[in-house]
Design a protein around this ligand. Structure first.
Ligand SMILES: Cc1cc2nc3c(=O)[nH]c(=O)nc-3n(C[C@H](O)[C@H](O)[C@H](O)COP(=O)(O)OP(=O)(O)OC[C@H]3O[C@@H](n4cnc5c(N)ncnc54)[C@H](O)[C@@H]3O)c2cc1C
Length: 394
């Protein structure tokens, strides 16, 4: 594909840039870094509502359901501008995961009920796939749903459920049959988090943050009208969602921004010390990461182009996931080295504005949370198995 921009595309880039500069204001940015969960959640909703009002909340959706209708180049420009301006991506569970499943496999009633509040962020979703004992081997899941009149009765537990504590709805894979292959008895349900019998237990992660949870289901009643597609066929819908999820996880534009910041900061000479950029070993590591980032960017463009022309991301999304998350971690490691190097050069009366201090804490937190990126969305080892089977035919 042609990656040089036309005059219209450059005008589009300027429009996106101007919108971000005005709408992602300092007041909002302050609230987005709040440690108060209620303030943080509301700030995310407020930002997503601004994007919704602008018509840009769901670039990946077909236009008839509220998407932007952008081609691959415009999607790429948008994503690059978002990341270079340091703007957080949208929460993916509604917009990038269950939304595409609902518009692809849901009934007309489900589309009308669920898509509008996903688009305008009035309803927050979480993902109930993993269970204690069923992560990589997801199809071994044991949470059961039994038919009772027009309802299912759900019993079991999900784990590592990100942001369950904020969520109005959870999309869940549940077992409706133990006959035949384990993939064949799974059903995809949309469950109201305020249903009696649901309990959310927090799990604090190593970065000191609470985003993870265990979700228990004790005789939770779910109307059959909340089932996506056919009973026992949920694996098909679940797999389609995972491909969208993996493409979104790659985060190439965000890694590029982190990389550019590192290069800029590493050029600084602090307190009479030498800039870290003068170190040839550091320079070599920077170059290795930069080359890999460029290569990955072109792979992402190819996947975007195929999605924009009506295709769905396939096994290539596993490749993007592996390389994208490895590069995120490489960038986070460079950040840690940078923070360590400049903190060592600072005098004891620490100047909080000095390089090293401004991002030391942030570097440590993102490094620690970043260890999870090669695990969530399906671990990288498992993605390699998928590539071996689906791409290389081994
Ligand atoms: C921060 C974070 C957020 C998450 N958010 C969610 C969420 O919102 N919703 C949700 O449903 N899940 C979520 N997960 C769960 C995530 O999808 C699982 O952790 C992941 O699928 C791995 O499963 P597991 O933890 O059970 O590890 P296991 O499956 O027990 O794997 C353990 C190790 O064995 C390796 N391994 C396993 N099988 C194979 C194999 N066949 N070949 C080679 N190696 C193998 C794995 O790569 C891994 O290194 C989240 C996880 C994390 C860390």
């Amino acid at each position: 594909m042609d990656t040089s921009f036309s005059a219209e595309e450059l005008a589009f880039r300027d429009e996106v840039r101007a919108f971000f500069a005005g709408a992602y204001d300092e007041e909002l940015q302050g609230r987005l870094t709040s440690r108060d969960p209620a303030v943080y959640k509301q700030a995310i909703i407020d930002w997503q509502k601004r994007l919704y009002q602008q018509g840009w909340i769901a670039p990946g959706w077909p236009q008839e359901y509220g998407g932007t209708g952008w081609d691959a180049t415009r999607s790429f420009i948008y994503e690059t501008e978002r990341a270079s301006a340091g703007i957080r991506d949208v929460i993916p569970f509604g917009l990038k995961m269950v939304g595409p499943v609902i518009y692809t496999f849901g009934t007309q009633e489900q589309k009308e009920r669920f898509l509008p509040p996903i688009l305008n962020s009035d309803e927050w979703w979480c993902q109930g796939y993993s269970e204690p004992g069923s992560g990589s081997d997801l199809a071994s899941l044991k949470t059961r749903a039994e038919v009772d009149g027009d309802d299912y009765i759900v019993n079991g537990a999900k784990i590592w459920t990100s942001y369950a504590q904020f969520s109005d709805w959870i999309f869940c894979l549940v077992r409706t049959s133990s006959e035949g292959k384990k993939q064949e008895g799974i059903t995809f349900l949309l469950i109201d988090m305020s249903s009696p019998g649901i309990k959310v237990n927090p799990i604090e992660s190593i970065d000191g943050h609470h985003s993870l949870n265990e979700v228990e289901f004790n005789n939770v009643r779910v109307p059959m009208s909340n089932r996506i597609g056919e009973q026992d066929k949920g694996w098909t819908y679940a797999k389609a969602l995972l491909a969208h999820e993996r493409t979104a996880i790659a985060g190439v534009a965000d890694s590029k921004r982190g990389f550019a910041q590192i290069r800029e900061l590493a050029a600084q000479e602090v307190n009479g010390g030498t800039a870290l950029l003068a170190d040839p070993l550091f320079q070599k590591r920077l170059s290795d990461v930069e080359i890999d980032l460029m290569a990955l960017e072109f792979t992402e463009l190819r996947v975007l182009a195929s999605v924009a022309s009506g295709g769905a991301p396939g096994a290539e999304s596993s490749l993007l996931k592996i390389k994208g998350t490895e590069l995120q971690q490489a960038v986070q490691e460079l950040y840690m080295d940078l923070a360590a190097y400049y903190q060592g050069l600072l005098p004891s009366d620490l100047d909080p504005d000095q390089v090293g201090h401004a991002f030391g804490d942030q570097a440590r937190r993102s490094y620690m949370y970043g260890r999870a990126a090669t695990i969530y969305g399906g671990s990288n080892e498992v993605q390699k198995n998928i590539i071996a089977k689906a791409v290389l035919g081994l």
